[in-house]
Design a binder for this molecule. Structure first.
Ligand SMILES: Cc1cc2nc3c(=O)[nH]c(=O)nc-3n(C[C@H](O)[C@H](O)[C@H](O)COP(=O)(O)OP(=O)(O)OC[C@H]3O[C@@H](n4cnc5c(N)ncnc54)[C@H](O)[C@@H]3O)c2cc1C
Length: 432
């Protein structure tokens, strides 16, 4: 069966086996196996061309929730929006959430995802108390930071290769209301972003910036800096925004091109007139702006798109991010949603976790079949020179040489890979 990920590039031909039981793996036939969550990874980390996907949608049961401690136990196919629907009315929230709520907890662990609060809460894996790992030899392991700690560290950010996570136990964080008090500040240059990050990280749990990737010269790196905190009860109205109808079909070609990108970025920059805007909003548009538009990935047309997310260490962040933006604007390519964020100084829980101290930049590029690949190779050269890394969850093309440089603990990780498990991503970066 033809399969794709969120970026719709590359495509894969793979069998799908639906999971229903959390106590054992099914007999999924010959060839290699790979767990599959909700396919919200952009590239090939959730694809297994020529093999089988163990699809976790049927593992969607809650097992236990203690509203006094905020400890939740659920099966690995439960999605973050289902958790939020259950726990927000009881005064709890995810300790870390990525920019979409349509991901499974299994997928969130296997990519050790991060959110807008990395500088205070680290990555998703830091809030995982336990999970059970099923291996193709029939063995089952309960993993916690203390029990089977080495399996725990290999499976967090383990790209689905160490076995199937059947269920997990998470620690949630308390909230007083479903509201977020936000401030949006305009900044005119890249160095202002770094100053704002430094000034905000202590007092704001959530920080993230949108960058105008059409701006050049003295305006290079201008954007909007968003910061926020969970708000107390009664701070505003908790109206839940309605979802728009979204993209009903795939247009014959990408709607994202030089003209539309330039127009969108310029309009978006000028939309906010005042230097700072304050508001109190429901958490949905703050955390999940893109979830409001169903199937937005279709707007890139049948060829799909490539997302590029990198992190560069603090010592080189200013120069390297400036150079990346220069390369991108010079190419005329770019993104509606270019995101810049400062990661905190925290030790990641997984051997292959992507988050690390530094500045992270994420952008989408239409797949034009050629020039974009050359551009991304040039970006890799900058990231590699700066001692940074590219995020596997978003990747469809980095070289094996770069992956091994970005993730030096891949050698310590390799012995934990289940001999039956593999992915298109893993074969690409380990066999090239
Ligand atoms: C709009 C959007 C915004 C995003 N924002 C962010 C962000 O802010 N931060 C961030 O970090 N990421 C972000 N992402 C990426 C997304 O959070 C990750 O790719 C996430 O891992 C996807 O989860 P999934 O359930 O769809 O898993 P899939 O994409 O299906 O799989 C991801 C990986 O998890 C493995 N896996 C899945 N289930 C299991 C299991 N039960 N046991 C073992 N392994 C398993 C798979 O083998 C695969 O390697 C975003 C994606 C989108 C589309």
């Amino acid at each position: 069966m033809q399969g794709e990920s969120w970026g719709r590039y590359p495509r894969a031909s793979q069998h799908i086996v639906a999971l229903h039981r959390r106590d054992r793996l099914p007999d999924a036939g010959t060839g290699t196996w790979l767990p599959r969550g909700n396919g919200r990874s952009y590239g090939d980390v959730c694809l297994n061309d020529g093999g089988t996907l163990l699809h976790s949608a049927g593992l969607d049961r809650f097992i236990a929730f203690d509203p006094a401690s905020g400890v939740l136990r659920c099966e690995a196919g439960v999605q973050l929006h289902q958790i939020l629907d259950l726990v927000v009315p009881q005064g709890w929230f995810l300790a870390v959430t990525p920019g979409t709520r349509f991901v499974t907890v299994g997928g969130a662990i296997a990519n050790d995802v991060h959110g807008k609060n990395h500088h205070v809460a680290g990555s998703f894996g830091e809030h995982v108390r336990a999970f059970e790992l099923l291996r193709s030899d029939g063995s089952r392991r309960i993993c916690t930071p203390q029990e089977n700690g080495e399996w725990f560290a290999a499976s967090i950010g383990g790209l689905g290769l160490t076995g199937l996570i059947a269920w997990t136990e998470l620690q949630l964080r308390r909230i007083a209301s479903p509201l977020i008090a936000t401030q949006t500040l305009k900044f005119g240059r890249l160095d202002e972003f770094f100053a704002l990050s430094q000034a905000s990280d202590r007092d704001f749990e959530y920080t993230v910036s949108w960058i105008d990737c059409a701006a050049r010269g003295k305006s290079l790196g201008r954007g909007l800096f968003m910061r926020g905190n969970h708000a107390p009860t009664g701070a505003g109205s908790a109206t839940v925004p309605r979802r728009s109808p979204g993209m009903p079909f795939t247009p014959p070609m990408s709607l994202v091109n030089r003209v539309s990108l330039r127009a969108f970025n310029t309009l978006y920059w000028h939309r906010q007139r005042q230097p700072i805007r304050r508001s109190v909003d429901h958490y949905l548009p703050f955390f999940y702006p893109l979830d409001g538009i169903a199937h937005w990935n279709r707007m890139y047309g049948p060829r799909g798109f490539l997302q590029y997310q990198c992190v560069v260490p603090p010592a080189h962040a200013s120069d390297a991010i400036g150079e990346l933006l220069r390369q991108i604007t010079a190419s005329g390519s770019g993104s509606f949603l270019a995101v810049l964020k400062q990661f905190g100084n925290r030790n990641a829980p997984g051997l292959l976790s992507f988050p690390r101290p530094g500045t992270t930049l994420a952008l989408d590029f239409p797949n034009d079949g050629g020039p974009v690949f050359a551009l991304l190779d040039r970006l890799d050269a900058v990231v590699s020179e700066a001692g940074g890394a590219v995020y596997p969850a978003k990747d469809a093309r980095m070289s094996g040489r770069h992956f091994r440089q970005y993730f030096p603990r891949h050698e310590a990780f390799a012995p934990f890979v289940d001999p039956r498990f593999s992915s298109s991503f893993w074969r690409r970066v380990m066999e090239s």
